[in-house]
Design a protein around this ligand. Structure first.
Ligand code: MSP
Length: 520
């Protein structure tokens, strides 16, 4: 793979980021960082979705202009992702002038070529979805199934996009590309939805919704959020519908994987491909629909008061680095399935995996190297070990899981390698070897473990970049090593480390702190 372009959904800015938004960004960042260890040229786009009736109403309720609300809340997302070390290449806001101008041109092109037409319409609009719903989408009580609110009846003259024209082509694409939608069990769901699709409204009357991108040459209409929002994936790269696009677009489009939540799969696997087909652009290679995060097994909602802020979690657990939360969230669910956040589980898992198993293994091995050998590695310590085959097998297995975006499963493989290495230390008891003055054997065991820890630092890096850096530093290991070049021959003969440079890479979370977080 020469280059890798990935995107996340862009979040609505009517509030601050919560742990569900954070889950998606962490998941994508872990995938992105993993593929950065395999490709030379990578790009990662995220951002915020700022137009629409929801923002218009929220800002009015808060006595602000829509733009003021957007500026205030977009900053919270930017700050939140910084605190989580989300290593995006670009943060797009749909109020960016470049985005707005390109969306207008896209709309105009589709209008001129006949894919968009004007039509009077009465429909049921759900503000939560920012979409018209049909009767059959609703619950028995006539509510939106996702937002449990009654959609509002809207009668307007809108612009419509000829979605039906692309129906057969999309069905064909999904059927002939079984890995287009990940996980594949969702593809059938999409095919069923496609059977019943109709043309879709792509604008709103300005008299009802003023906070949107105006349609070129029509003062009465603004472009409706989904065509505006979905276009971000190409406007960010400098796509030009009328002429030469920027080099970035030619280089990165189509995206390798677009990561979104399962609730917006319809928009990404039906509307988005149709818009792209109408623009004569290639479709993204894959759409990854992740599951939802619940809190203590309950759906997160403002009314239940259980909305969790990711930076709030870092603060209440006194975490200076986000690695523990990143690790926990990224491995919260199998690919595409729902996951759960709970304070107790968070503390338990990261204490067990990051502190007790991984961190402690490195710490005590380095401490023994200093205690018995003044931190020196001798030539006779460097032997071949079966453990090395296991480590290289683990690298392959981790790559294989990431090929299928099985981020939780890949983490399990890393843990297995750490567990086997811990068992190797127990079985070979280097402290007993030292007592028995079998110093060469003792040094061999320690050096073997350190070699494995170099591999572990590479593998854990996408999840825990700061911990991985701290490990690599103490091992004098080059963390920029591409995964294909990872070997078990990284520890050089000579002086490796002094006592004062051995530092725990991750401290256990104590129960007092966890209790404090519960109270707050
Ligand atoms: N603005 C649209 C997306 C436009 S993409 C061109 C939107 N915004 S959102 O803020 O409601 O959601 C943003 C992302 O967060 C979506 O992918 C959504 O699935 C995800 N999540 C929101 N709540 C979530 C959980 N509780 N758990 C996991 N992800 C969830 O939809």
């Amino acid at each position: 793979m020469e280059r890798f372009y990935t995107t996340t959904a862009i979040d609505y800015v009517n509030g601050a980021p919560h742990i569900g938004h954070a889950y998606e960004k962490i998941l994508t960042d872990v995938i992105y960082r993993h593929f950065s260890q395999r490709c030379e040229d990578t790009y990662f786009l995220t951002g915020t979705d700022e137009h629409g009736i929801k923002i218009q109403k929220t800002s009015a309720a808060q006595g602000m202009s829509p733009k003021e609300l957007c500026d205030m809340n977009a900053q919270k997302f930017i700050d939140g992702w910084k605190a989580l070390d989300i290593n995006y290449s670009q943060f797009i806001r749909t109020t960016d002038a470049q985005h707005e101008a390109i969306v207008q041109k896209i709309f105009d092109k589709l209008l001129k070529q006949g894919d968009i037409y004007k039509h009077s319409y009465t429909g049921l609009y759900c503000q939560g979805c920012e979409a018209f719903l049909s009767e059959k989408d609703l619950t028995e009580d006539g509510l939106c199934p996702d937002h449990l609110k009654k959609p509002e009846e809207v009668s307007e003259e809108n612009y419509f996009f000829k979605l039906t024209k692309y129906k057969d082509a999309i069905i064909k694409h999904i059927k002939t590309n079984p890995d287009f939608i990940v996980p594949s069990f969702r593809a059938n769901e999409v095919i069923n939805q496609l059977e019943n699709i109709e043309d879709i409204s792509v604008s709103r009357a300005k008299s009802n919704v003023s906070w949107g991108i105006p349609v070129l040459g029509d003062d009465e209409q603004v472009i409706y959020v989904w065509i505006d929002a979905l276009s971000n994936y190409i406007t960010a790269l400098g796509y030009n519908p009328d002429g030469e696009s920027e080099e970035k677009f030619n280089k990165y489009w189509p995206a390798n994987v677009q990561v979104i939540g399962k609730d917006i799969l319809k928009f990404h696997s039906i509307y988005w491909p149709a818009f792209l087909m109408a623009l004569d652009l290639p479709l993204p290679k894959q759409i990854l629909a992740h599951g939802w995060i619940t809190i203590d097994q309950t759906k997160m909602s403002k009314s239940l008061g259980n909305v969790i802020s990711p930076t709030g979690v870092l603060e209440s657990f006194n975490q200076e680095i986000p690695d523990a939360l990143r690790y926990y969230m990224a491995s919260a669910a199998p690919c595409g399935k729902d996951g759960n956040y709970s304070d107790e589980d968070f503390k338990e898992k990261v204490n067990a995996h990051l502190a007790n198993s991984m961190g402690n293994l490195l710490n005590r091995t380095l401490s023994m190297l200093v205690k018995y050998f003044d931190g020196d590695v001798k030539a006779e310590f460097k032997i071949k070990s079966d453990l090395f085959d296991k480590a290289i097998e683990t690298v392959k297995a981790v790559k294989h899981h990431f090929d299928y975006y099985e981020v939780q499963e890949a983490a399990q493989k890393i843990n297995e390698l750490v567990d086997i290495t811990n068992k190797y230390v127990t079985d070979n008891a280097p402290w007993t070897l030292a007592k028995e003055e079998k110093m060469t054997e003792c040094g061999q065991v320690l050096t073997t473990v350190l070699e494995i820890m170099c591999v572990v630092s590479s593998l854990i890096y996408p999840y825990c970049p700061n911990i991985a850096k701290a490990m690599a530093e103490q091992l004098s290991y080059d963390l920029n090593t591409k995964l294909d070049n990872v070997t078990c021959d990284n520890i050089s003969v000579g002086h490796l480390i002094d006592k004062e440079n051995i530092k725990p890479v991750f401290l256990r979370m104590d129960s007092e702190l966890a209790d404090k977080s519960k109270k707050s």
